[in-house]
Design a protein around this ligand. Structure first.
Ligand code: HEM
Ligand code: HEM
Length: 173
């Protein structure tokens, strides 16, 4: 097996896009001064974030069921670093979503949404869980930067075609 299964690869890229969209809405929510617009953005941010968690579980299930390619490096230590990075990335994505849920649940934003009243939107600076949400977002970004740098290093410096492993398109050789 030289590639992740088609459905595992598909999930990897769907999650990638959803994380970017969730990040965009989170950032807009933090910056925006338009309370009415914020009220309509919260459900989108929550929904996409929760979808990321669901699809991450699904991708892990697909990977276990369909199998995965043999480790990419000749050096066992590098293989350990790679699998540790993958585990940590998955765990951090999960932590971002869970701390997001806790932020929503403890802030009072749900009441604002239920009442449909922008005036009830809480001051998130006073919500401790939001700091933790931000902390995990930062850790996730660092891990993803490292992950992408490693993937590009393999692809263009080692020239071992690593990206093929996670492509949806199937290759014969
Ligand atoms: C992959 C998933 C997610 C990403 C990438 C993400 C990203 C973000 C970002 C970048 C912010 C702004 C942080 C800042 O700089 O202050 C934010 C804020 C927030 N997020 Fe998330 N988030 C995710 C999932 C969730 C989920 C699932 C929920 C709740 C169910 C949630 C609830 C919140 C809340 C309540 C805020 C505060 C919004 C405000 O300040 O008005 N997030 N998120
Ligand atoms: C939100 C962004 C991303 C996340 C959370 C993420 C996460 C992961 C995880 C957890 C794996 C391990 C396989 C698995 O558990 O199913 C993986 C594999 C992989 N990812 Fe990503 N990834 C992201 C973005 C990217 C990007 C932008 C690239 C390309 C430049 C990339 C290239 C790869 C490659 C080549 C593999 C296979 C590595 C191997 O087989 O050793 N990823 N990714």
């Amino acid at each position: 097996m030289k590639q992740y299964s088609k459905r595992t690869a598909l999930m990897h890229w769907v999650i990638f896009v959803l994380v970017i969209v969730a990040f965009y809405f989170g950032h807009e929510l933090d910056e925006s001064k338009d309370a009415a617009a914020k009220l309509s953005m919260y459900p989108v941010h929550f929904l996409i974030g929760n979808l990321v968690l669901l699809l991450t579980f699904l991708r892990i299930y697909f990977r276990k069921k369909d199998g995965e390619p043999a480790p990419a490096n000749a050096n066992p230590l590098l293989n350990k670093v790679a699998s540790l990075t993958h585990v940590l990335t998955n765990l951090t994505v999960m932590a971002v979503v869970v701390t997001g849920m806790i932020t929503a649940a403890t802030s009072g934003v749900v009441e604002a949404l239920k009442a449909g009243d922008p005036a009830l939107i809480p001051d998130f600076h006073k919500v401790d869980a939001k700091e933790v949400h931000e902390l995990f977002i930062g850790i996730m970004l660092l891990l993803v930067v490292f992950h992408v740098a490693a993937a590009l290093y393999h692809q263009f410096v080692v020239k071992d075609n690593l990206l093929r492993r996670i492509m949806i398109k199937r290759f014969e050789d």
